[in-house]
Design a protein. Structure first.
Length: 763
């Protein structure tokens, strides 16, 4: 359809214009060439006659026809001359050559001479005619003696060669037109495709991947009106959706959705990470710790709104001391919004299931970060065992036969099918928080089929992006004999349907941690003072677990390159990396920890002067209040993930900046880059691009900072974590309702079938 429109709107008009130009050019060339040929023929005749004029005058005066014929024969031997004829003043033929056309007499017929009447014209005349089917040029030359005219000589020039040349020129022009038309068409198609790709690439860069700070400014200005229009349209659509469905997504609306769609039933969450740990300090006191986890950041506000039970691995040093006899404890402390059920694992089980198969196998398998996955049969057995144990815990915690279970992340790929075996009518929603690899990469896992089968025990299976959904479906096609319903984005295995949908995860809004943090000016003043920095210092911040997928090494290298390229920032720009230790039992992580420390030390050694340190590495588990304090103090936050499902730090930075200041520099390899398009989107592997983005960020005018931050805050506010959970629960409610209707229908058909069987037996 697009090609037909392109032909109708571009190519056909182009070819029509080219044809018109070719016709005009041919006509002009023919007219000009004909004029040249006629002028050439006339010139030749007059040259020939100029040398013979005196002789002809003598012959005419003496009436010597014999000698006159001889002179005419000499003239007739010229190139392309047909013949010559001498005429008296009265129009009588005096002499003529043998080749002179008999149809042409001394009284010229047609042409320009015909207009003079029947008598021969006086003076020299040239005219064109057609004799015996061929074009000729007739020249009539007056022969005079002083003032008296003695006679005239008519010379006929054959113009067939000119006609042949004109015809050849026409054919050549047509051929040239055909070649030009083909080349112009191909060039137009090529340019159209290149322009379309360039246009769509720029549009995607602005609307999806964000705007690079070093792109040509005219291109940005060209697309800014369109970007503004699309943003305005998206805001209008979101506002309309909110009005139609009960207002903006919030904890209250999520609770109402649960009441309306799922009859207010509590939700059971299955996750490896617990939202609150109880630790025993060195002084013997009890301390509650909230772990650094994007999953906890996203899911904990949902559980506050929905109540229910969170089932997790109890890993705190004082976790066993704080649970009841059923291994439960109410959280958050002092609020008791929901229950936390802890599952205990032995050290061997934790090493095999968590450190082994989950984080040495599945984690590097799903992240393209240049670390080879390791798969061990012993780790797989522990993974199976722990998934069974969590499925048992779900069965213990639910009330009723059709509970709502939210299974979280790659630690529990087998759990959905295991839960389905124990609770066939359960509504199981599984969300995969990390990327899903390509089918070819996933095929390297020895237990790929078992993992897919386990996940397809879900009623709804969610990923951050549509690309991850597509990769999952391709993996199913490669490994399982299942039916893919692409129209509904579903997979049917063993007669049971699993919806496969994208649900971009987000954060709480209004954000509780942001509301509990001091204002931005105060945060900046205290953070700079705590770090020993000048009041006018430029502060960059990174917040991550020490994980090789987060690109922390590349981030510090970008800072190194920034100070190298922009000397005026030395002594003023400081980058603070908040790094929470993670998975230290795995060798790859221990190597990373040491590498990051060594890199920070080298940069500091290279650029430090006096009390100035360009890189400050804070290795510790930081509470949300501490994280938001740094985010509010920062001039720039750099998220440099090499591969990430979403990355909620980017959204937390946006939530923290109620002063509408600060700049987000964001890796294009995060899911967040598809949503936070006003960030400066970079390739973290490209140190030139990343360092230039950091330089642009610290020099960005306050007005542009505010414009970008305002747009991102509006987006995060609308597409918050309650919307993420609400969409999944709404889809799950539809699946649940469809299943119940199917059950009722099948129960209604059973008596009918039994009646038919009885009739047949008695018949």
């Amino acid at each position: 359809m697009i090609m037909v429109q392109f032909l109708g709107r571009v190519l056909i008009p182009l070819l029509a214009v080219l044809a018109l130009l070719a016709w005009g050019a041919t006509s002009l060339l023919n007219t000009t060439a004909r004029s040249w040929f006629e002028r050439d023929a006339t010139t030749r005749v007059h040259i020939a006659m100029s040398s013979a004029r005196d002789t002809l005058a003598t012959c005419l005066a003496a009436g010597d026809r014999r000698r006159l014929s001889s002179v005419l024969e000499e003239i007739g031997r010229g190139d392309s001359i047909v013949g010559a004829m001498a005429c008296s003043t009265s129009g009588a033929t005096l002499a003529r050559t043998r080749g002179f056309p008999v149809s042409l007499g001394c009284e010229p017929a047609g042409g320009e001479a015909a207009s003079a009447g029947a008598s021969p014209p006086s003076g020299d005349v040239d005219f064109s005619s057609v004799l015996d089917g061929r074009p000729v040029r007739v020249s009539v030359v007056s022969i005079r003696d002083a003032d008296d005219e003695l006679g005239r000589v008519m010379v006929v020039h054959d113009m067939s060669y000119a006609a042949h040349r004109q015809s050849a020129m026409g054919r050549m022009t047509a051929a040239v037109f055909a070649v030009v038309a083909v080349l112009a068409s191909l060039l137009t198609i090529l340019l159209q495709r290149m322009s379309w790709r360039s246009w769509t690439r720029e549009l995607r860069r602005l609307l999806i991947m964000g705007r690079a700070p070093f792109a040509p400014r005219p291109a940005q200005r060209l697309f800014q009106p369109l970007l503004a229009d699309v943003r305005r349209m998206a805001a209008d659509l979101a506002a309309e959706e909110s009005r139609a469905s009960g207002g903006p997504w919030s904890a209250e609306r999520l609770h109402r959705t649960l009441e309306r769609s799922l009859r207010g039933e509590g939700v059971v969450v299955v996750a490896n990470r617990e939202p609150y740990l109880h630790e025993r300090t060195s002084g013997g006191s009890l301390k509650v710790v909230r772990p650094a986890s994007g999953l906890v950041t996203a899911l904990e506000p949902v559980m506050r709104a929905c109540s229910g039970t969170w089932i997790a691995h109890g890993s705190g040093s004082a976790d066993r001391e704080t649970v009841d006899r059923h291994d439960r404890v109410s959280v958050p402390p002092g609020e008791d919004a929901y229950s936390l059920r802890r599952v205990w694992l032995s050290e061997e089980e934790e090493r095999g299931y968590y450190y082994g198969f989950s984080n040495e196998g599945l984690w590097p398998l799903c992240h393209t970060a240049h670390t080879r996955p390791v798969f061990r049969a012993g780790d797989w057995r522990h993974y199976q065992l722990v998934n069974e144990r969590f499925a048992d815990a779900v069965q213990d915690e639910v009330s009723g036969t059709d509970p709502i279970v939210l299974v979280q992340d790659y630690h529990f790929a087998l759990a959905p099918r295991l839960i389905r075996r124990r609770l066939p009518r359960a509504t199981v929603i599984t969300f995969w928080h990390i990327p899903w690899p390509t089918a070819e990469r996933f095929a390297t896992c020895p237990w790929a089929k078992e993992l897919l089968t386990g996940l397809l025990g879900s009623s709804v299976l969610g990923f951050h992006t549509q690309a991850h959904c597509n990769n999952f479906i391709e993996s199913v096609e490669r490994h399982l004999e299942a039916r893919i319903d692409r129209e509904r984005h579903a997979v049917v295995l063993g007669g049971r349907e699993s919806l496969v949908r994208s649900y971009p995860i987000s954060i709480e809004w209004p954000n509780r941690a942001a509301a509990e943090t001091a204002p931005a000016d105060e945060c900046r003043r205290t953070v700079l003072a705590d770090l020993g920095l000048r009041p006018d210092a430029l502060l960059g911040v990174g917040v991550d677990r020490l994980d090789y997928t987060k690109g922390i090494e590349e981030r510090l290298q970008a800072v190194d390159r920034l100070l190298e390229r922009f000397p005026h920032l030395r002594g003023r720009f400081t980058f603070v990396q908040l790094a929470a230790p993670s998975r230290t039992l795995i060798e790859r992580y221990r190597v990373l920890h040491q590498s990051v420390e060594d890199l920070a030390a080298r940069i500091n050694q290279r650029f430090s002067s006096g009390t100035y340190r360009p890189v400050i590495l804070l290795r510790a588990n930081h509470a949300p209040s501490a994280v938001f304090r740094f985010l509010r103090a920062a001039d720039v936050c750099y998220v440099s993930s090499l591969h990430d499902g979403m990355n909620l730090v980017a959204k937390e930075f946006v939530a923290a900046r109620d002063d509408e200041r600060g700049v987000l520099v964001l890796s294009r390899f995060t899911g967040a880059a598809r949503e936070l398009t006003e960030a400066l989107i970079v390739n973290p592997y490209d140190l030139e691009e990343a360092s230039a983005a950091l330089a642009t960020a610290v020099a960005m005018p306050a007005r542009e900072q505010a414009d970008r931050m305002r747009a991102m805050r509006s987006y995060v506010a609308e597409f918050n974590v309650y919307r993420w959970a609400g969409r999944m629960l709404t889809d799950a409610a539809r699946v649940r309702q469809h299943g119940r209707l199917a059950d009722r229908l099948s129960m209604g058909l059973q008596p009918l079938e039994q009646g038919r069987g009885s009739e047949e037996a008695h018949g």
